[in-house]
Design a protein around this ligand. Structure first.
Ligand SMILES: Cc1ncc(CO)c(N)n1
Length: 227
């Protein structure tokens, strides 16, 4: 019986097992009141603008983090397609930064005058803590997958049948809720699961903690944006 359960866990992947184990935290991050307010159309536009300005700063700090994961993949990965997946993610951040600038000007948000809030600084510091050469590729890619999947799941929820997302927010939701981004997240999840299958117990522990830290930071980030 126990062996059967283990096989099941292995078949579905460690990440899926962890998301079930931590479903309350995962739901808190992917079904946050701010996301639900986008979905039902009741969103306070000041919250959206605050999110937009802070997320622009976050994404700028996210670029060196993704680069560090790419570097680890080139050095440590047992599969050379990892590099291609990570490179595509890094490349799409180029368009993302341009999009933030365009979107900010549309909403009258002046990006040059925005200072990162403490919650944002804490999250960026957490990213920095994962960038050093002492952090294993397996741990870093677990965090990267978690960061991306929270946005993918959150914004895809705002595009589902029956959602009443305001048309002026549709582009934002599309950015992370589109199918291509969903596939990128699945590729990251596959890499993560493959790595976790070969990880030591110590690495597994560190990776699970990294996942939980990401979920906590994501909840705090939504809270901050709501004001
Ligand atoms: C806070 C935050 N989490 C995740 C993403 C996805 O890249 C983002 N842009 N911002």
């Amino acid at each position: 019986m126990e062996a059967g359960l283990e096989q099941l866990a292995e078949a579905e992947g460690t990440t899926a097992t962890w998301l079930k184990k931590h479903h309350l935290m995962y739901t808190a991050a992917t079904r946050h009141p701010l996301i639900l307010s986008i979905r039902d159309g009741s969103i306070d536009l000041d919250s959206f603008k605050r999110w937009l300005g802070q997320d622009y700063l976050f994404v700028r700090a996210f670029v060196p983090f993704v680069s560090s994961v790419l570097l680890k993949a080139c050095r440590e990965s047992d599969n050379n397609s990892d590099m291609e997946v990570l490179l595509s993610g890094l490349a799409s951040l180029n368009g993302e930064i341009k999009w933030f600038k365009k979107e900010a000007s549309k909403w009258g948000v002046v990006l040059s005058s925005i200072a990162p809030q403490k919650v944002n600084q804490d999250y960026c510091r957490f990213l920095e803590s994962l960038m050093g050469p002492d952090v294993e590729y397996t741990v870093a890619i677990t965090a990267l997958w978690a960061i991306e999947v929270v946005y993918q799941q959150s914004f895809a929820h705002c595009l589902e049948e029956g959602s009443r997302t305001p048309p002026e927010l549709a582009e934002t939701c599309q950015r992370w809720g589109n199918e291509g981004f969903g596939q990128y997240c699945q590729s990251l999840q596959k890499i993560t699961d493959r790595r976790l299958l070969r990880a030591t117990n110590e690495e597994l522990k560190k990776a699970e903690v990294a996942l939980l830290r990401v979920l906590e930071h994501e909840v705090e980030f939504w809270n901050m944006s709501q004001g």
